[in-house]
Design a protein around this ligand. Structure first.
Ligand code: UD1
Length: 360
């Protein structure tokens, strides 16, 4: 699909079910590399990044089969340990194979991710953490080469609760000798989903969802027979924002509303009527939205992946709001497009001043 044509001015109402979280599914596919046998993952979204991750693991020798919304990764015959630049440059999440390959095969070669549109997003914390687990890491011609006969558990304190670094370290620690404590760990629901998947493979993990994850290393893992990916809170929040923008009512199902608590609180503060069910949320709006300030933070803070959608809501609010981006640099590029549609947005460093207008 090269372009999407939207004819505006229609009310948006109805019910939609979200798929499994992309940000979890990609990591589970990488984690499946950690044991011989066929791991089956359900509720996998049918999106390009999943196909790319399937290509990455297939390129390593895994056998991948997909049907409907399930994917089976048979990692019995993995015989390569390299994620080439061609893949990493297309999808940064390919770096999630670093921890699994190193832990199972004692070696991993992953191309350095190049520049990325939404900030520098380096992987220095991944590297420093793996070194603390005993890996020898060099960069050869733009490729990260990590080696360790067997990783050893250690106490690792992350400088920042990076999602990707927490995941790579968690996966590596599962097969390390002894205990690993990851302090200042990311608490995103996708981390908890990864921990549940690893546990289904035989891992011994405690504390996921808190800033301190404890892992007792095991000598081997087995395939996970059946794991359903956690519902995509960002996809859910995006449909809810669309409902709030167009009036609704819009109902979104297939996810845990607790994973969106701060987003729902901000929507309520903006005057959105929010009805919360166990696995669903309905939003509706009458009249104009009220301005609300938001700042992005690691979970359970306001998600950076909902920042653009929320700014779009605020572009139509009755007053001025400040949107602050703390997680990524350069995550305001879309704002220029909003301005072209008539929004009044002024960017100052990592703050955006949004003066609501009547219509875009
Ligand atoms: C993941 C999500 C992304 C989400 C982000 C934050 C996936 C595929 N992507 O990205 O959608 O927006 O979490 O919730 O799951 N950083 C470093 N050094 C490192 C690692 C990170 O400086 O070694 C910095 C990054 O540049 C960024 C910040 O830390 O500014 C957050 O990055 P991180 O939490 O690692 O995000 P990702 O895992 O890349």
């Amino acid at each position: 699909m090269r372009s999407i044509l939207v004819r505006g001015g229609q009310p948006l109402t109805g019910e939609v079910r979200v798929e499994g979280a992309k940000n979890s599914a990609l990591k589970l596919i990488a984690a499946a590399l950690m044991a011989p046998g066929a791991s089956r993952i359900r509720n996998v979204p049918d999106i390009a990044d999943v196909s790319l991750m399937a290509e990455v693991v297939a390129g390593l020798g895994a056998r991948v089969t997909r049907e409907d919304h399930s994917i089976v990764v048979d990692a019995s015959h993995v015989d390569r340990v390299e994620a080439p630049y061609e893949m990493v440059s297309r999808m940064r999440a390919s770096t999630a194979v670093l921890g699994p390959l190193l832990a199972r095969f004692g070696e991993a070669r992953v191309a350095m991710p190049g520049g990325c549109a939404i900030g520098s997003r380096s992987i220095d914390m991944h590297i420093a953490g793996l070194e603390q687990l005993g890996a020898a890491i060099t960069v050869e011609h733009g490729v990260i080469v990590a080696r360790a006969e067997r990783l050893t558990g250690a106490a690792v304190t992350l400088e920042f609760p990076s999602v990707g670094a927490t995941e790579n370290l968690l996966m590596a620690a599962v097969l390390a000798e002894g205990e690993t404590v990851i302090d200042n760990a990311a608490r995103e629901p996708e981390i908890s989903d990864l921990a549940a998947f690893l546990r289904a493979m035989g891992a011994d993990i405690a504390g996921e969802g808190t800033p301190e994850i404890r892992v007792r290393g095991v000598s081997e893992l087995h395939a996970a027979d059946d794991h359903a990916v956690v519902g995509d809170r960002i996809e859910a929040g995006t449909f809810l924002a669309a409902g709030a923008l167009c009036g609704g009512p819009v109902t979104v199902t297939g996810f845990d509303p607790h994973h969106l608590e701060i987003v729902l609180a901000k929507m309520r503060a903006a005057g959105v009527s929010v009805e919360q069910g166990e696995r669903s949320v309905t939003v509706s709006v009458s009249g104009r939205l009220a301005p609300v300030d938001v700042q992005t933070l690691p979970f359970p803070g306001f998600p950076t992946d909902m920042q653009a959608q929320f700014m779009t809501m605020m572009a139509l609010a009755d007053g001025t709001s400040v949107v602050t981006e703390n997680v990524f640099e350069n995550r305001f590029q879309f704002a220029g497009e909003l301005v072209r549609m008539g929004a009044d947005v002024h960017i100052e460093g990592h703050h955006a001043l949004v003066r609501g207008v009547h219509a875009l």
